[in-house]
Design a protein around this ligand. Sequence first.
Ligand code: MTE
Length: 327
Amino acid sequence: MAEKFDCRTTGVHPSEITPEHVYLNRRGFLKSLGIAGAGAFLAACGGSPPASPTGAALPAVTETAVQGEINPTDEPGDALTSFEQITNFNNFYEFTFSKRDVAKLAQEFPTSPWQVEVYGLVNNPHTFRIEDLLKQFTQEQRIYRMRCVEAWSMVIPWQGFPLAQLLEVVEPKPSAKFVRFETVFDPERMPGLKNHSYPWPYQEGLRLDEALHDLTILATGLYGKPMPAQNGSPIRLVVPWKYGFKSIKSIAKIELVETQPATLWTTIAPHEYGFYANVNPKVDHPRWSQASERRIGESKQRPTLLFNGYADQVAHLYEGMDLQVDY
Ligand code: MTE
C-alpha cells in the first residue's frame, strides 16, 4: 500500500516543523461499571508526575481555563508548536494523503449541523448535538504532546472535556469492555474517500478503562479557537500517550462494545499498527525506529519517551501485559 505511513516520505522540512479542572465524581460511576482498581485510577488522575526526558519528576498535566491565557509551554517546559504549524501539517486521509494540502481541501467542510450518536452497550443511548456537547460539558484546556507513528511530534493546546464525562451520561452496561469511534463518512466533501483501497469510514477503538482515563479527551478546539476542519472539527478524540493515529477526527459515532473492535489501521496492516499503539521507543515500527522523534519546528531529534512521557499516569493500565506483543 503506497500511501501507508512512512516517515521517510513525509518530507518534513525543519522549519515546519500542549478554571480549575472540573472534578468528576467518578468513583460511584466506576464502581458501578465494575472496573477493578478504581481507586488507583482516581489516584492516577490526581496527577502523579510523569518522568521528564532527563528523568526528573514533572508537574501534573497542565490545565488552565479555556478563557484564560494559554501557557507558552507544556509541563516539561517545551514550547508549544505554533498555530500555523498545527493547522498546516495534518494527517486527514479522508481529504488527501498530502499533509500540506489538508487545510485547503477541508476549508469548506461543513461541521454544522453535527451530531454524535452514542449507542451500543449503554443504558441511555443518546445523540448529542455539537452545541449541546459544548454547553453540557465544561471545556478545559489541556496542553498535550502528540507523537505521530511517523516519528514527528507537536505540543498542542487543546480545549475539550474528558470522554469519561460523556460516558458517564450514557452509562455503559457491565458487558461494555471497549469503545469504538467512527469518523463521519461524507464522500461528496471528502475527496480521499474515493480511494476504495481503504476500509472507510476511519474507525478507532479504546479499551473502556483507557477511554475513562482522565487524560483521554474529546477535543473541540485548539489555541482557544474552535477546532479547525483540518484538525478534526467539530470534535475529535485525543489520547496523548498513544500514537496520533488513535486520535480519530470528526467523530460521528461512538459505540460501546463487548469485544475489541476492528480499526482502520489494524485492518489494513495489523503487523505494523497494533490496537494499543502506545508510544514506545523500544518497539520499532517494522520499517523505521521509534527510539527518537523530531518535534515540528526543531531540526534535531529528541528521544521518544515511553507512553509519550505520561507513564506515571497510565502505565498501571498495562500491568501484566507484554508491550512487545500487545503493541
Ligand atoms: N482521523 C481521521 N478520521 N482520519 C485520519 O486520517 N489521521 C490520524 C489522526 N486522526 C487521521 C485521524 C493521524 S495519523 C494523526 S498523526 C493525527 O490524526 C493528526 O492530527 P493533526 O492533523 O490534528 O495533527
